[in-house]
Design a protein around this ligand. Structure first.
Ligand SMILES: O=C(CO)[C@@H](O)[C@H](O)COP(=O)(O)O
Length: 224
């Protein structure tokens, strides 16, 4: 069934020399969330931002600052990202070693707790963690880089996770390869939050409002 989605632009696709301005432009273009991809060169083969960058960006983010930690270990850094102003902190199930403790620490730091799972991780792995999460981030690409293609098998995974989380206040987010071509299938499968880097930030700030609106329409099944 069609439903409205929230678009979460990933600043990984932005101009790294002007990320404050990018966040402001995205907010003015209608983005309610800003997705910040934190990568450590260890858990994933790329390095991006730390808590100081999040703190610097915070005044430029009008809505939700959604911090996706692709790092291991996670626990030593939770307080720093919470103090930097994160509203949501998402950790990977695969980052280990004690993900339940990690999720509790995120909530304990005053943030919403997100759990991300890689494409190769089965849905049974999240079953005992549902009481401890506010958001489930289904990686629809292997994490580390923007601009990849959505893995088609992930659409069924989203559908299965939507069923598994039915009746719970858990939002399903998809991350990676979300475009005008793929938004409809993941939204129809049950995703509420669509992370999109290239599809939103292509064309520069003048195109952001148009790109966000087009993605929202595509998710609803409106021809764009
Ligand atoms: O976390 C990641 C990649 O690891 C994503 O958030 C990407 O940044 C999404 O980029 P696009 O696939 O939309 O270009």
């Amino acid at each position: 069934m069609s439903h409205a989605v929230t678009i979460c632009p990933s600043i990984l696709a932005g101009d790294f020399a002007a990320l404050g301005a990018e966040c402001r432009a995205l907010g003015e273009a209608g983005a309610d969330w800003i997705h910040v991809d934190v990568m450590d060169g260890h858990f994933v083969p790329n390095i991006t931002f730390g808590p100081q960058m999040c703190a610097a960006l915070r005044p430029h983010v009008t809505g939700v600052m959604d911090v996706h930690l692709m790092i291991a270990p996670v626990d030593p850094y939770i307080d720093a990202f919470a103090k930097a102003g994160a509203d949501v902190i998402t950790a990977h199930l695969e980052a280990g070693p004690h993900v339940h403790r990690t999720l509790q620490a995120i909530r304990g730091a005053g943030c919403k707790a997100g759990l991300a799972i890689n494409p190769g991780t089965g849905i049974e792995a999240v079953g005992h963690l549902l009481d401890d999460i506010d958001l489930l981030c289904v990686m629809t690409v292997n994490p580390g880089f923007g601009g990849q293609s959505l893995i088609p098998a992930m659409v069924e995974k989203v559908r299965a996770l939507k069923a598994l989380t039915a009746g719970r206040p858990i939002r399903i987010q998809v991350d990676g390869g979300v475009t005008l071509r793929t938004a409809r299938s993941v939204a129809a499968a049950g995703a509420d939050l669509l992370v999109a880097g290239s599809a939103v930030l292509q064309g520069g700030p003048a195109a952001y409002a148009r790109n966000i609106a087009a993605l929202r329409d595509a998710a609803l099944g409106v021809l764009v």
